[in-house]
Write a protein that binds this ligand. Sequence first.
Ligand SMILES: [Zn+2]
Length: 238
Amino acid sequence: MSDDIVSVPLPTSKRFVNLTGKTFERLEVVGFAGMKPVGHTGRQNGAFWICKCRCGSVVEIYSHALLNEINRSCGCLQKESSAELKKTHGESYSVEYDALHNIIQRCTNKNHPQYDGYGGRGITVCDRWVNSVLDFIADVGRRPSPLHSIDRFPDNNGNYEPGNVRWATGKQQTRNRRVTTTMTHLGKTQSFGDWSDETGIPISILYGRKENQWSDEKCLTTPYLPRKKPMVDHLPAT
Ligand SMILES: [Zn+2]
């Protein structure tokens, strides 16, 4: 409380509007502080009011600022809202925010060029992330390097939700993107497992070949030669 702000008698002019007792959001006008110079030149006088802010501070505010809602607190309101802004939007320029923004757009904005492959296929983003980039960062972490981008893993066809999203390099993403689950050869389409049984080529080898961009035919017709077991030295005869 400032005791140096002393109320002065109100001007007698009939056009003078008494604001005493009025409340402007957090400010309650408790007294008249007098006519004081305002404007650039300082040649004009304006009415100033002693206002008690809800936070306890006492300030002098110009009539014009009260009536036009320029000042609605002692300044505590702006401090709080800028802290609030930082809390919710302080990530506006981060790569993580951009990544999340893109995910949300792909899944929800029908005009997004990639919508058909995401939202159009029923892929969704969890509400937790839609509502908070900070929760997204808490769950997925910061991007480890510019080589990393967002990847759905382990379920590449799953939703954007905790447990199914990670930062991965392009290499990691291709390795795990087994969009192809079947191969076709001589008019027959079946799973990698079935082809493995049929050809005797281990399934891991088939996947490996596919990752190296081999054609289905080449994957299935190239003989697989298991590495020869290393020769075991004969034990000396006893
Ligand atoms: Zn205040």
